[in-house]
Write a protein of this length. Structure first.
Length: 410
């Protein structure tokens, strides 16, 4: 094919350089039109009685191809000019804190509520419209699979009640679980201009909140609805539902600053362990998780992992000891209850752990002197004691009306 093209180009060049004969007449307009018609393959064939030459056939095939090449760009839109109408896509989604949310706080003992500014969680959404027309978001649909409040472990009383103006208020009185889903819609009119990027936030939180209450676990799927009915699915998300007033001194995070020792002494390890399990179950789900969610999960996990028993905490940090479960103990029992002061020290619950330490020291001195009975003295308190073996331990009881009982392993 390339060779045929080369000969045609050379022949054309020679015909252009051929000199015109002297005295040749210039053709008239009528003759020019006739010459043009004679170049058309159909006309040439008619002048030859309908016989087509090979050149006529090739020319006839080329004419419609050339016409199609001219007409096609006119009839077919240019795909590079972009889709007609809006073309909305999700550019980025993250979960962040939203501050300055209008709130109303009712403080116990006061008749009128106070106006405040709250902080809560919000979904930050960035959208890209690559179409040539504006896109309009008319609705945000939250499909909740779970809304569970964490146990209020340390707890509190007489706390203030607040109500913040979240974009999406999750009812606290209605149970939400996999078999009882909840769908909440947020009507909106958000426009993303053609060939542009824009962003907005939607805050989410409980309809009522107490400063003594612990946060909620919210698990939901979020989708945006356009005015033409198309949906943008933003996927599953897990966040904490909480509220923190700007004037409040209490953090949204009730685990902040706690130690394992404090948790053990407050007898709240089982409670926080339950919360840690709830957080762990939710964080294992796919999708986005809020920073607050991740923070509280990490704290609960650290506080409950390998937590010491109450008896393992030194008396210097735990002078009041820990109550024995169901009033039972290793060395003795008493209807008033038993306080555990360590792995080897116990005292009846009406006395503290410093008492049993002092008695154990006096016992060691009395034993060295081979004294069976002894008198325990502490300040103005003078108690006659009698000690008897109880297995590997010694149990010492006061012989007067003070009813002091201690048990220890010498």
């Amino acid at each position: 094919m390339s060779r045929h093209s080369g000969r045609a180009r050379k022949g054309t060049a020679r015909s252009k350089s051929k000199p015109q004969p002297q005295g040749a007449a210039t053709p008239s307009p009528q003759q020019s039109h006739t010459n043009i018609l004679h170049r058309l393959p159909v006309v040439r064939a008619l002048f030859r009685g309908g016989e087509w030459s090979r050149a006529d056939t090739l020319t006839a095939i080329g004419i419609p191809v050339a016409i199609a090449a001219i007409i096609t760009p006119i009839l077919v839109p240019n795909s590079q000019s972009g889709p007609s109408g809006p073309n909305l896509k999700v550019e980025e989604v993250e979960i962040a804190q939203a501050s300055s949310i209008d709130a109303s706080v009712q403080i116990p003992g006061e008749t009128a509520p106070q106006s405040e500014k709250d902080t809560g969680s919000a979904i930050d959404i960035t959208l890209r419209n690559s179409g040539n027309a504006p896109a309009l978001i008319v609705n945000a649909v939250f499909s909740f699979a779970r809304a569970t409040q964490l146990d209020s472990c340390p707890g509190g009383a007489g706390a203030a009640e607040s109500s913040a103006e979240y974009d999406v208020k999750v009812p606290t009185a209605k149970p939400v679980a996999a078999n009882h889903p909840l769908v909440l819609r947020r009507d909106m009119r958000f426009i993303v201009d053609a060939n542009s990027i824009d962003r907005f936030r939607i805050s989410v939180g409980p309809d009522r909140y107490s400063s003594a209450s612990w946060p909620w676990i919210y698990q939901f799927n979020l989708s945006l609805v356009q005015d033409d009915g198309q949906n943008l699915n933003l996927g599953p998300m897990s966040i904490l539902g909480y509220s923190q007033t700007s004037a409040g001194s209490q953090s949204w995070d009730p685990l902040r600053g706690l130690t394992q020792t404090q948790l053990v002494l407050a007898q709240q390890v089982p409670c926080v362990t339950r919360d840690a399990a709830e957080l762990s179950q939710a964080i294992a789900k796919p999708g986005l998780h809020s920073p607050e969610f991740q923070t509280m999960y990490n704290e609960a996990k650290q506080l409950t992992a390998n937590a010491p028993s109450c008896s393992q905490i030194p008396i210097a940090q735990n002078p009041n000891g820990c109550p024995a479960p169901s009033g039972t103990s290793t060395f003795f029992s008493d209807p008033r209850g038993v306080t555990i002061c360590g792995d080897t020290l116990e005292v009846v619950s009406s006395y503290n752990c410093n008492t049993v330490e002092d008695i154990m020291k006096e016992y060691e001195e009395a034993k060295a002197s081979r004294v069976v009975s002894m008198t325990f003295t502490s300040g103005l308190l003078v108690l006659p004691m009698r000690c008897l073996p109880a297995g590997r331990a010694e149990v010492c009881r006061s012989t007067d009306t003070q009813d002091l009982v201690v048990g220890f392993i010498p």
